[in-house]
Design a protein around this ligand. Sequence first.
Ligand code: BGC
Length: 265
Amino acid sequence: MAILGIDIGGSGVKGAPVDTARGELLAERYRVPTPQPSDVTSVVEAVAEVAAQFEGQFDRVGITFPGVVVDGVTRSAANVDKSWLDAPAAQLFTERLGQPVSVLNDADAAGVAEVAFGAGRDQAGLIMMLTFGTGIGSALFLDGTLIPNTEFGHLELDGHDAETRASDRAREQDDMSWEKWAGRVRRYLSHVEMLLSPRLFIIGGGVSKKSDRFLPLIDIRTPMVPATLLNNAGIIGAARVAEIDGNRPAPGGVTPHEAGATVAS
Ligand code: BGC
């Protein structure tokens, strides 16, 4: 049976059953607005509403969360309600949905999908996916293996938390021109490049649809490519990790993706 992928974002909770061998949605995705405030109880109900649309079509669920997730527990809440700090998310979702649930960071999920099926396919070495949206999410892969829960969106740059200056939300809030925003993204990327020397940056998040407006303005040494799975990367990556968790239960309660599962196909 298929695996349901659900992506909890700043404005919407979206889900669909996923063909995890091909990295494609098996049905049109269903979306509900993210509750405001985005507290644990309300978001669990929003996720249940999405899952109800596909009842009987899945037997495992993968869910993304826009913060750090360790052993199914959410450990940070930069852009969601603070009730998520130390919430036993995987347990709460599993109880509510009545199916085994894997929970992972949203950028990690998007990166997993891009490395398995999209812009990061067949890329050896150190690859970094960055998502520019409400915040800046990061996902790091070494030879196709995820190093989970990196939080490079919160690097301090010029005395500021980088995502408050260079996220897509910052661009919209400050009504920045593409040139001005590209300058900030360039400054951010060249700092990350200096720290990590990745072989490739995959640029994701909703704004990657408009990458022709800003990527040509950014001159750094590291090659940059736009993400190819766009809005569906989180859903597809979450389902893929749920499948890996289901197939290879690891000893000691550590799920494979947290132990750094290889996600390349
Ligand atoms: C969070 C990350 C998340 C990113 C994108 C950041 O504020 O700390 O965990 O991946 O936003 O949602």
